[in-house]
Design a protein around this ligand. Structure first.
Ligand SMILES: Cc1ncc(COP(=O)(O)OP(=O)(O)O)c(N)n1
Ligand SMILES: Cc1ncsc1CCOP(=O)(O)O
Ligand SMILES: [Mg+2]
Length: 206
């Protein structure tokens, strides 16, 4: 399964979450890519075990499974690929580690970084913060649909808008050239994650 997908669930890294239950519900609701993202201080062993369990859920449903940051874990579990940003392995190095066939996502918030990431081997770009969010601290100002459009216009790989994405905001992001969206809060903080995923999915092309 090597498909970037349009609705990405990024797992909620904070403690006390039932990640597997949320992933199962989100996949049932129509998420087509799951990115396993854990807290920085989670042990490799626990990250590996979680990724293995998430991958099993994804494989059962024909959903793409990526691992955030930890390329060793991505390779060890046999995930479809990984996602890297400014504090992670450089994109070119990540591509060497993962090999030519893996999906490799890279974070970009402007066209210069975006073009460089694609030249270095990124399969898709995670672009944001599209909007303000409380899920991740220390983010720069939101770039909005105009910022997403600037990146989407500069590259030919799929652009996945991230941060603050809601059902209501998806049309503006698609109009800006996004291929899809990545969400944490819109699904993980929802009372009914399956229904939340279904509602997000309904705003996206097939
Ligand atoms: C789809 C997508 N886009 C952006 C990110 C952010 O990655 P990064 O900048 O490396 O930050 P962390 O997620 O590692 O905290 C992402 N994970 N997914
Ligand atoms: C920018 C970013 N990078 C990893 S998680 C995240 C924020 C996700 O935002 P939200 O919880 O609003 O979907
Ligand atoms: Mg990262």
């Amino acid at each position: 399964m090597k498909h970037v997908g349009r609705l990405h669930l990024v797992t909620d890294a904070r403690p006390g979450r039932d990640v597997l239950a949320t992933v199962a519900a989100a996949v049932a609701g129509g998420v087509d890519t799951v990115q396993v993202r854990v807290e920085d201080d989670l042990t490799d062993r626990l990250a590996y075990e979680l990724a293995e369990s998430v991958l099993r859920l994804c494989r059962d449903a024909g959903v793409t499974c990526l691992v955030n940051d930890r390329l060793d874990v991505a390779l060890a579990v046999g995930a479809d690929g990984a996602h890297v940003g400014a504090d992670d392995l450089p994109v070119a190095a990540a591509r060497r580690v993962l090999g030519p066939d893996a999906i490799l996502g890279a974070t970009a918030r402007d066209p210069v970084v975006a073009r460089r990431a694609v030249a270095d081997g990124a399969t898709y770009l995670g672009v944001g913060p599209a909007y303000a969010t409380s899920t991740k601290a220390g983010l720069p100002d939101a770039i909005g649909p105009a910022g997403v459009a600037a990146v989407a216009g500069a590259v030919s790989v799929p652009v996945i808008a991230i941060a603050g994405v809601t059902v209501e905001r998806i049309p503006a992001l698609l109009a800006a050239g996004a291929h899809g969206v990545a969400v944490v809060g819109a699904i993980c903080a929802a009372g009914d994650p399956a229904a939340a995923a279904l509602a997000l999915r309904a705003e996206l092309p097939a």
